[in-house]
Design a protein around this ligand. Structure first.
Ligand SMILES: [Zn+2]
Length: 269
């Protein structure tokens, strides 16, 4: 599942292939933008903002932005010209070619074209980017603490608080901090440490193709995520699985160990 580290890595690969290059072919397979053609345009750079990927064309005043989000299944591939694709062609949503390279976005959950001048409107609502050049832990803390009754497991996933954490990290960070994910933010004792931990986990994984939170590179890369049938990796207790979200349309899988992550009222009794 793509999270901030995945998107950071994709942006780096796309930037290496596209930055400073002229587009020689452009095929956007999204009905609304099917006639958009950036042939002849020059790619300025490719950057990630949290889980969003931005391909910037031309200059910041008159240029264009290809704004994409991978959602659950999406991915970007970079190929040499003529190289065989590693995904079926019918899944391709965006193809950009240069003299040497071909960049293909498959199964993109979201893709749109807008003027670069509107970039801030598109992603300006995001909180500080854990892997961005402007990371600001104090601001992320301020945003999270603004709603003290909200469960920490929801606050970490809200990209308006801090950008880059997806569902796997949300579960693993709560585990590593020993905090029950439904604990209200206002009752979480070690919030600055949790933010610091989030930053370090994404930094440690951003150049890896496999996400690891346990330090064990071989087996068992995760402590609790998706382990409801195998038990907590630390203590073996049955991992609890439930769905949580701000509303019924945004329910996501939550995993936690009731022994390693006791509920607040249990911890204080
Ligand atoms: Zn445990």
């Amino acid at each position: 599942m793509p999270e901030g580290d995945t998107v950071w890595r994709a942006a780096r690969e796309l930037n290496a292939a596209l930055a400073g290059q002229t587009v020689t072919r452009c095929d956007i397979r999204v009905p609304k933008f099917a006639t958009t053609d950036f042939s002849g345009h020059t790619v300025a750079d490719v950057v990630s903002r949290g889980k969003h990927l931005l391909i910037r064309l031309g200059n910041s005043e008159t240029g264009w932005l290809l704004h994409s989000h991978l959602k659950m299944e999406g991915l970007w591939h970079v190929y040499d010209r003529g190289e065989r694709w590693r995904r079926p062609a019918f899944k391709a949503r965006c193809i950009l070619e240069t003299a040497q390279k071909q960049v293909v976005g498959f199964d993109l959950g979201f893709l749109r074209v807008l003027p670069r001048a509107e970039e801030d409107d598109a992603v300006g609502y995001l909180g500080p980017d854990l892997l961005g050049p402007d990371w600001d832990a104090t601001e992320a803390l301020r945003r999270i603490r603004a709603v003290p009754e909200r469960p920490i497991g929801l606050a970490l996933l809200d990209q308006r608080n801090l950008a880059g954490i997806g569902n796997v990290y949300r579960c693993e960070i709560c585990f590593l901090a020993g905090v029950h994910p439904l604990t209200p933010v206002g009752e979480v004792q070690n919030l600055p440490r949790i933010i610091d931990l989030s930053k370090r986990l994404l930094e440690a994984n951003k150049t890896r193709s496999r996400r690891i939170t346990t330090g064990n590179r071989g087996r068992d890369p995760l402590w609790v995520y998706n382990r409801d049938t195998r038990g907590c990796l630390r203590c073996g207790t049955k991992v609890m699985h439930q769905l949580i979200g701000d509303n019924e349309l945004e329910l996501r899988d939550l995993y936690y160990c009731p022994h390693c992550q006791p509920a607040v009222h249990m911890a204080s009794s």
